[in-house]
Design a protein around this ligand. Sequence first.
Ligand code: CA
Length: 225
Amino acid sequence: MIKPSVLVIEDEKSIRNFIAAVLEHNGYGVLQASGGEEGVSMASSYMPDAVLLDLGLPDIDGTEVLKAIRKFSEMPIIVVSARNEEAEKVNALDSGADDYITKPFGTDELLARIRLAMRHIRTSGGQEKVFVLRDLTLDYEKRQVTVRGEEVHLTPIEYKILALLSRNHEKVLTHSYIIKEVWGPYVSDNQALRVNMANIRRKIELNPAEPEYIMTEVGVGYKLV
Ligand code: CA
């Protein structure tokens, strides 16, 4: 099972550390940013499964961070606001936040909000829950991949690429399409995709030099068959 990842954008170190500790203890992978610009850039490079965004940041306004992330991703974003920031909270929801949580909050509330936000995204679209192709199985709900009966440990990015290929199997996906879907519009070089694809093949193919699942369409992209 692949750990879901949460990006915490919060300038107050003690709060950030508290949230990170709670999430890690509960099985999440945590990314941390102490400012808005760093947060946007981490969101686009790592494509976390959810974002916890403090509205009161020192460099750019939390709502601007939200709008910047929404330009490239629909990832769940939960805004964190102080009691006296009602207007900012509403503004954030209008700008595309999925949910909000008000300081001070307890660990149960925090975990419940994150679970809920992630469930929204995972059940939207009404797609099938499990993909099976010969000896390869993807369980989208558990984010679990098995090959020849053995669980395969993929990184979150590797999983996203394989899940994308499986949802479009038998179809050629171009390099730029995969990059846009996985990393967002601000990444344009193929290097990271090539490296990740080599790793996926090493993990799922019997012989990565003669792949049976992921085919290369030279100069175009990849196809799962
Ligand atoms: Ca703050």
